[in-house]
Design a protein around this ligand. Structure first.
Ligand code: ADP
Ligand code: MG
Length: 238
């Protein structure tokens, strides 16, 4: 495929006595949708936190688009085109939808054009909500708002931490459709518990178990791997 966008080597993170990540290596190419799965507590969010500057790893290195970015601050990373959404949505609940997006625009080095802004708002179906207080939106709308807040920054890589978490099955289907369209022109890293999301979107999947990389490869092969089924999918989550 094309250029290496994200290059993680030997990434480790401990919390006191808990080893949350043990020497993880991972490569993501530009244009590739990479899925990360693993049981609760396996280190998925910690991995994204260490990449996006929300946590400092104990050891290891992170390269992004050819530059070393280990332990850089989130706002610095947003400026080089690396951003993320959160497992529990982070928006300014007291402010309106338009104000939330305006704040995200301030951080952007290369914000979208007014035409693209309007297009994104229509596509994410939040244009009619601009003057609504963000805290009063449904979770589904809040997830779409958070996506808009990142996409106005035109990131090179967007890391999504359980983007369908808490959504109903029809909302999950709609979000998969949005992400399938997003995938056509963005590079996406996606943590998910819903295997349908991984099956439909991921080009490659990485399985974490207790902070270690258990498997990596083609989603159809990985999801058919007996070890993965035994340890992770055995619970009927597939
Ligand atoms: P996942 O996202 O796969 O469910 P996490 O990355 O949230 O897993 O957690 C991995 C492990 O690290 C868990 O044992 C969790 O309790 C621990 N952990 C995560 N964040 C912190 C933190 N800020 N302080 C202490 N322990 C943490
Ligand atoms: Mg998590």
């Amino acid at each position: 495929m094309s250029e290496v966008l994200l290059d993680v080597r030997g990434l480790s993170k401990r919390f006191g006595g808990v080893v949350a990540l043990r020497s993880i290596d991972l490569t993501q190419y530009s244009g590739e949708t990479l899925g990360m799965i693993g049981p609760n507590g396996s280190g998925k969010t910690t991995f994204v936190n260490c990449i996006t500057g929300h946590l400092k790893p104990n050891s290891g290195s992170v390269g992004f688009s050819g530059r070393a970015i280990t332990a850089r601050k989130p706002f610095e990373l947003a400026r080089v085109g690396l951003t993320r959404t959160y497992q529990a949505v982070r928006i300014f609940g007291e402010l309106t939808v338009a104000e939330n997006i305006a704040i995200a625009m301030v951080d952007a080095v290369d914000p979208v054009s007014p035409e693209r802004y309007a297009e994104l708002a229509d596509w994410l179906r939040i244009a009619h909500r601009f003057q609504t207080q963000a805290g009063s939106l449904s979770l589904d709308e809040q997830r779409r708002l958070e996506l808009m807040m990142r996409l106005v920054q035109q990131p090179k890589l967007i890391m999504l931490d359980e983007p369908v978490g808490g959504l109903s099955s029809s909302e999950v289907r709609a979000m998969i459709a949005l992400l399938a369209e997003l995938k056509a022109h963005s590079t996406i890293f996606i943590i998910e518990h819903t295997m349908k999301v991984i099956r439909e979107l991921a080009d490659k999947v990485v399985v974490l178990l207790a902070g270690e990389k258990l498997a990596e490869g083609d989603p159809a092969e990985i999801l058919a791997d007996q070890r993965v089924i035994d340890r992770y999918l055995g619970g009927g989550d597939a």
